[in-house]
Design a protein around this ligand. Structure first.
Ligand SMILES: [Zn+2]
Length: 464
């Protein structure tokens, strides 16, 4: 499958939420109530900000329009002009409180700026229960005050905004005793576009009609997107561009990179997917079993590299006929890649026919290798733990550790234990696999039950 791909690193979710919040509030209020709106040109742009790292100390302002942040000048003086005409500040003060301009939270998107100005009242100490929302878009300023107990706010469960502002103003002294810490973002997204050429006409005389594309967006762990070139890493002739549009995709001759040493880099393969592959390989190589597996493949495929294809969906597979490893875009996880790489190595250790006769055996071994790697890796997440406990096949895989250690050695030795293990493997384990996706995989009775995972042994011979 050919995949063209355009990477769009996501903005931090917080910014997104706020923008939506701002936008939806403006829409809602525009419909439900008659907002006080004024139109005028707004030109200056605000610098982006986030949760302030150093908090200013709170002091009650003496004047309604008192501010020191110069980026607020245009907005404040515009509102000041409105007040000169309409004299709204006195009643506003009583109802909502005094604006704490210097604690304004700014949310800046491409075309829209939202300002959340906390409104403070003496009778509500250490708590912000009202805010002034100012939205600037297309040179227009829309503004309206909001209270924590407004029906609209309660209905939409928006107390978070007030809590955050309370924290920004009063720090840990805020009345609710809440502490806000910026959430470390560990994921990003990639967008992949798959295109189909559509043909019409009778069989044999098909004519090209049109091309249609569908976009899919996938979450990817940031760890796979951020790659630091190490100077002591071999090769590394250039930088990997993150997201930079219009990359030509390479000239076909892959530079020496980790992934490029075992996989063929297709000319049309987008650099982001390649980058993700690089990072998966990097993670695999941090593991002793993974590193040896990688090195063996690198040696075996140095003249004729493995094809790599990215498919929609979750499925991974290795087609040993055309030596193509398929990666499922919906689950970009290095443990799944390792599983297929393990199959690749298996196929190099025996003839195709002997591999085909014992595909169930090879599958069990690859599953166990994947599990050994996974539970040592950063990918051993709650989600994956749950997956392993929910699936009969994966539970069976895990149960093997009672009999086989991390080096692939069988740990039971008494004849009756070995006999039991043989029985357990041939019936319980095999039937778990048959019931979950591996129905027709041929199983070959193990000639020597104490040596059932030769490939794991071979890739862990240097591990302790
Ligand atoms: Zn498999």
């Amino acid at each position: 499958m050919k995949t063209k791909e355009k990477k769009e690193q996501s903005s931090p979710p917080l910014g997104r939420i706020w923008q939506n919040f701002c936008f939806s509030l403006c829409l809602l209020l525009g419909v439900l109530t008659s907002c006080e709106t004024e139109e005028f040109l707004y030109q200056s742009r605000f610098p982006a900000n986030n949760l302030p790292s150093t908090r200013q100390t709170f002091f009650e302002p003496k004047e309604f329009f008192a501010y020191t942040d110069s980026t607020l000048k245009a907005v404040v003086s515009a509102l000041n002009r409105v007040d000169k005409e309409k004299h709204f500040t006195a009643s506003f003060l009583l109802k909502y409180g005094i604006p704490l301009w210097n604690f304004t939270y700014k949310s800046i998107e491409k075309e829209e700026t939202c300002l959340f100005v906390p409104l403070y009242r003496l009778d509500k100490p250490r708590s912000i229960n009202a805010l002034w929302l100012l939205r600037i878009k297309d040179g227009q300023l829309t503004y309206f005050p909001l209270k924590r107990d407004d029906e609209l706010m309660e209905e939409n469960d928006q107390s978070f905004v007030f809590d955050l502002l309370s924290y920004m103003v009063f720090g840990e002294e805020n009345a609710q005793g809440l502490v806000f810490k910026p959430h470390a973002e560990t994921r990003g997204t990639i967008t992949v576009t798959k295109c189909w050429d559509v043909y019409t006409g009778p069989k044999g005389h098909l004519e090209y009609s049109y091309t249609n594309c569908i976009k899919h967006t996938y979450w990817v762990e940031d760890a796979f997107l951020v790659y630091n070139w190490n100077n002591n890493e071999e090769g590394g002739s250039g930088n990997i561009e993150l997201g930079g549009g219009g990359g030509s995709g390479g000239s076909g001759s892959s530079p020496s990179t980790l992934a490029g040493d075992i996989f063929k880099k297709e000319a049309d393969q987008d650099s982001t997917l390649w980058l993700i592959t690089e990072n998966m390989i990097k993670r695999i190589r941090e593991d002793c079993l993974g590193d040896d597996l990688y090195n063996q493949l690198k040696e075996k495929f140095k003249d004729n590299k493995i094809n790599l294809e990215f498919d929609f969906g979750k499925g991974y597979s290795y087609n040993f006929i055309d030596s193509t490893l398929h990666v499922g875009l919906e689950e970009l996880e290095s443990n799944k890649l390792l599983h297929e790489m393990f199959h690749v190595l298996q196929t190099t250790q025996e003839s195709t026919s002997s591999f085909q006769k014992a595909m169930m055996n090879r599958e069990i071994e690859a599953h166990y290798a994947q599990y050994l790697y996974l539970q040592r890796s950063a990918e051993w997440t709650e989600k994956n733990k749950k997956k392993y406990s929910d699936s009969q096949r994966l539970r069976a895989t895990v149960s093997l550790k009672k009999y086989i250690n991390e080096l692939g050695n069988v740990t039971v030795s008494k004849p009756e234990e070995l006999e039991f293990f043989k029985f357990y493997l041939s019936y319980n384990i095999v039937s778990s696999f048959q019931q979950e996706g591996y129905k027709d995989y041929p199983f070959e009775k193990y000639p020597d039950i104490s040596n059932i995972f030769p490939t794991i042994k071979s890739v862990t011979k240097n591990c302790k």
